[in-house]
Design a protein around this ligand. Structure first.
Ligand SMILES: Cc1cc2nc3c(=O)[nH]c(=O)nc-3n(C[C@H](O)[C@H](O)[C@H](O)COP(=O)(O)OP(=O)(O)OC[C@H]3O[C@@H](n4cnc5c(N)ncnc54)[C@H](O)[C@@H]3O)c2cc1C
Length: 449
């Protein structure tokens, strides 16, 4: 079968969801994946799932303490356990598609021949509709000394066999912060170099300050306004050369993580042969239906260059299905998008910061320290701060910034309230189970003034 109604390039969240849904509805699908180690995509193999598995194990390890050998043994067990988990998920994902006779999974890197044909392993495949779901890859700045044995990106660091004594992270973004928090919990010394003068500059100032202060207490050595220049590795020790405030500085560590962002995976796709165009930032240009410049070609997930989250790729798949099978979804009607950073405790955010909300009109603010929440005490995670911003006229929630245990669960409730224009008083007066983190909404919204 070299022909199908749908050709899907890439086994990511959006692509696999589209393949499974279209296949279940009786359509023929051919899906191309360049690596059998990536069945199921980035999330389950080298990103969300393995990192969060390690975040959990690291938190347990932190509670146990001990010397390097003990912590290293727990780290190695965690890496092994993570490998078993991702292996199982990869297998499950493969069978979810390949077991449907209408879906064919081809191992191979695909590229366009024209708007209806794709080439993989020297074979040409024809499709009426083509969906690109090729994801993103780490951006590594072209600095002297890279590549080197102990200089990694997030994907390769997840395979490191021994616990680093000292991890240096280049980049102060969310991925860098999750790794910083995780390795601090495993017991490594962690240094972070960020180019920006302000920590978490895009976040609400008060929350960014609270998170920065907690990281400092946990021992993170954070340097701001840093220009990283080059690396040298000798006998397993990497020297990182940088400039801070005009002064040359050198750091040594036995591991370096480059966490300087991710770029859409478009190389080698020969998009020009199909007429698919790119944005100025090198992502695939799409309209509100996730349709490219070519009407029968769609793109979903990180390759589109918007918010890089698994649930956005999933939502993109709903938008494409809406277009293909009928429905009202577009990428303009997603509502506010929440996100979580799995540090310790987790930080979750949706909507506007206080500063941005005040710039738009009159607001009311509610705040609660995490130590006021009984469940936070039970979990032994009493640090943190919760803050909500409410529109003074409509009483609708404009933003929520939750830096506390289990905030990644709580934020989803706020998304629901925001999407359905539920006034803050409903969350304030809601019955919540006890003892839970979400019951904090009683007090948090009661504090709104
Ligand atoms: C360390 C880390 C942690 C993260 N944590 C989270 C998190 O906690 N929560 C969250 O929501 N998001 C998280 N993300 C982001 C999330 O992983 C991505 O947004 C998501 O996986 C993107 O999925 P996708 O559908 O765009 O494609 P991907 O899952 O990236 O899939 C693309 C697939 O296409 C394949 N491919 C590429 N080119 C070709 C080609 N030419 N032919 C055939 N196959 C090809 C690739 O091998 C890959 O399997 C994290 C990312 C990182 C790096």
């Amino acid at each position: 079968m070299n022909q199908a109604e749908y050709l899907i390039i890439g086994f990511g969240k959006g692509g696999k969801t589209l393949a499974a849904t279209l296949g279940a509805k009786g359509h023929t699908v051919i899906l191309f994946e360049e690596s059998p180690q990536m069945y199921g995509g980035t999330c389950i193999n080298v990103a969300c799932i393995p990192t969060k598995a390690l975040v959990e194990q690291a938190a347990l390890s932190a509670k146990l303490g001990g010397n390097y050998d003990e912590r290293n043994a727990r780290y190695q067990a965690a890496i092994e356990k993570k490998g078993v988990l991702t292996g199982k998920l990869r297998d499950k994902n493969y069978h979810k598609l390949a077991d449907n006779p209408l879906i064919k999974v081809i191992d191979g890197k695909a590229s366009f021949v024209d708007a209806h044909h794709v080439l993989a392993n020297g074979v040409t495949y024809e499709g009426e509709t083509i969906i690109i779901n090729t994801g993103a890859r780490p951006f590594v700045p072209p600095l002297p000394g890279i590549p080197s044995k102990n200089i990694d990106v997030s994907e390769t660091l997840l395979e490191r066999k021994t616990l680093p004594h000292h991890l240096l992270i280049v980049g102060g973004g969310y991925i860098g912060l999750e790794f910083a928090s995780m390795f601090l919990n495993f017991g490594s010394e962690v240094t972070m170099l960020q180019v920006e003068p302000t920590f978490l500059a895009r976040e609400d100032e008060e929350l960014a300050q609270a998170i920065e202060a907690d990281f400092a207490k946990r021992g993170l050595k954070l340097y701001k306004s840093v220009t990283t220049k080059s690396f040298e590795e000798k006998d397993g020790i990497v020297t990182t050369h940088a400039v801070i405030d005009g002064k040359e500085v050198a750091f040594t560590s036995d591991e370096v993580l480059i966490a300087t962002g991710r770029r859409p995976n478009v190389e080698g796709l020969a998009l020009e042969k199909a007429g698919v165009t790119l944005t100025e930032r090198g992502a695939i240009a799409v309209n509100e239906h996730n349709q490219t410049a070519v009407p029968n070609i769609y793109a979903v997930g990180d390759v589109v260059g918007g918010l890089q989250f698994t649930y956005i790729s999933l939502d993109d798949s709903r938008i494409v299905l809406s277009s293909l099978l009928g429905g009202k979804r577009t990428n303009l009607n997603r509502g506010a998008v929440p996100y979580s950073v799995f540090i310790d405790p987790a930080f979750s955010r949706i909507g506007l910061s206080e500063k941005d909300a005040r710039a738009k009109g009159e607001v009311m603010i509610g705040k609660l320290p995490a130590m006021a929440i009984p469940k936070a005490g039970i979990l032994g995670q009493t640090n943190g701060l919760l803050k909500v911003i409410v529109d003074k006229a409509s009483h609708e929630i404009l933003g929520a910034h939750l830096y506390c245990a289990e905030s990644y669960e709580m934020i989803n409730l706020i998304k629901l309230a925001m999407d359905h224009h539920i006034p803050y008083e409903d969350l304030r007066d809601q019955i919540y189970t006890h003892p839970t983190m979400s019951e904090a909404f009683n007090d948090l919204f009661a504090a709104v003034k």
